[in-house]
Write a protein that binds this ligand. Sequence first.
Ligand code: MN
Length: 257
Amino acid sequence: MTVDILLTNDDGIHAPGLKALADAFAVLGTVHVVAPDSERSAFGHAITTAHPLRAAETRIGQKFSGIAVSGTPADCVKLAVNTLLPNRPSLVVAGINPGPNTGTNVLYSGTVSAAREATIFGIPALAVSLRKYDPAEKDFAVSGEIARHWAEMILERGLPAGVLLNLNIPAGTREGMKGTRLTRLARYRYHDRYDIRKDPRGRNYYWLTGEDAEVLSPAPDMDAVALDNGYVSVTPLSYDLTCEGFLTELKAWEKFV
Ligand code: MN
């Protein structure tokens, strides 16, 4: 039985991280690449409803071809699973993102959202991000191998419905990494600033900038902390945003509603 695997990303179909995934996953089964036609980083879980989507067969390097879609990462997964792929994939993998997707950032991340879209379909998924990308070190190849190892485990053991694994990988060689930590999401406080500039017609425009985000009450079992300490971080994420803890307390409000 051959396994169909869908690969996607938020950096565009020609991004080197996606090609590294295709290289790493070709031995696992039939690899299908459906990805945005240009970069859609920080598009979150947006989908396109007011415009048509275009899909074009595209070559990726020497060995692979894929389908470039004029939409978001979540659009790519939706369209691929609904329409473009011959079979329902057994696994969806998104990445490899050049830069971490830890903590609160997973809400903004197109990479994580693509994986999350798969879990809404009931398909197990993996999001893969590299902490720091150095083209000279071929770090994507190392991350691709680590991602494949986790994919093999998912294919063998399965994941609960609605759950994805979010992998964040340190840069460098495997020997240089401290190991793997199973983590939960960190919470960030952002120190955002907007540069206020003037356009040629004298009107203000605004550009998001600012310093690095701060981890609130950092602890070793948080994804961002583990990654910064040199560990591969693996976090199970669920798309069910219900706050179970507060739901119990909220029931005490019932007499007032
Ligand atoms: Mn990206």
